[in-house]
Design a protein around this ligand. Structure first.
Ligand code: SF4
Length: 304
């Protein structure tokens, strides 16, 4: 059995059933991809149907104002993603460079790449899952698995992406279910080929040059395989700033907004105006700069 066939046979037995895998609608696929960028699958499973109920298609989302999309995204974190998603919907509604069918929907991976907010990974994911184009979306998980079983590198870095893409092109079947291969890789990465891989139960073990390295016990597992960007946080506060920014947005979403003078003590029981005013002001400034917050001299609210 060829390597890709082995992987797909394993996927058929073990793959996760996820709602965004049951559709080829690029809108639904994009919503799931953006949600999954910095959110666990279990959390995306809760928010995905709620978002689709509120904004069922490109048109509904393109018409939404900032406040509506920020409210609907509330709880998922990294709220700029909500505005980015709406801005992509706006481009699809009006982009004159794209064919004038189905809301000017892109019809190839390279057309998806022309949209602002769509990076190489997302363009490839949309092309693969929606258009069934023979391309490989390479994210952290796919990089790890393909880097291991195609190149024998235990911990591949983004520098190896070009080599991985070339090797993936030879690995992807020319016909049949090549569009299921990335989904199978996502699941293999989540269940088997994790940072510390379980090579003994892996379907790719016999064709994977990294398996012997791991099974020999000689591979040192790094504490962090990918350096994470340090989160900003106040050294005297228990949570990272994003938690407090989320609280600010929640209060700003109230009808009529929220009083600036009471903001600090409401988002943080230990707030001390003399010590924390600059910290609070910096968070408010950042939210305003990110188009997530509107501010007057007295109140904060969600922008229209
Ligand atoms: S054999 Fe091990 S290293 Fe290779 S793909 Fe499977 S789990 Fe990953």
């Amino acid at each position: 059995m060829k390597a890709a066939a082995k992987l797909l046979a394993w996927f058929d037995r073990n793959g996760r059933t996820l709602p965004w895998r049951k559709t080829r609608d690029p809108y639904r696929i994009l919503v799931s991809e953006v949600m999954l960028q910095q959110t666990q699958v279990s959390r995306a499973l809760v928010f995905y149907p709620q978002w689709l109920e509120r904004f069922p298609n490109w048109k509904a989302l393109a018409k939404a104002d900032n406040a509506s999309v920020i409210r609907a995204w509330s709880g998922l974190g990294y709220n700029r993603r909500a505005l980015m998603l709406r801005d992509i919907a706006l481009q699809i509604a009006v982009n004159p460079r794209l064919p004038p069918t189905n809301y000017h929907l892109p019809t190839t991976e390279s057309e998806w790449r022309t949209l602002k907010g769509i990076g190489p990974y997302t363009a490839a994911a949309l092309a693969s899952f929606s258009l069934h184009e023979r391309v490989m979306p390479v994210d952290t998980n796919v990089r790890r698995v393909l880097g291991r079983f195609l190149l024998g590198i235990p911990f591949p870095s983004p520098k190896q992406d070009e080599r991985i893409r070339k090797a993936a092109d030879a690995f992807l079947p020319r016909r049949g279910r090549f569009y299921d291969v990335p989904q199978a890789l996502f699941d293999l990465a989540t269940m088997v080929c994790k940072k510390t891989p379980d090579c003994t139960s892996c379907p790719m073990r016999t064709v994977c040059p990294a398996a012997a390295k791991f099974l020999s016990g000689k591979v040192r597992i790094p504490k962090r395989s990918v350096a994470k960007a340090a989160e900003s946080r106040h050294r005297n506060k228990p949570h990272p700033d994003r938690i407090y920014r989320g609280r600010i947005l929640k209060l700003a979403g109230r009808s009529g907004g929220f009083l600036l003078a009471r903001l600090g003590e409401t988002i943080d029981p230990g707030y001390d105006d003399a010590l924390d005013r600059a910290w609070l002001a910096a968070m408010v400034e950042r939210l305003v700069a990110d188009r997530l917050l509107a501010r007057t001299t007295k109140t904060v609210s969600l922008p229209r």
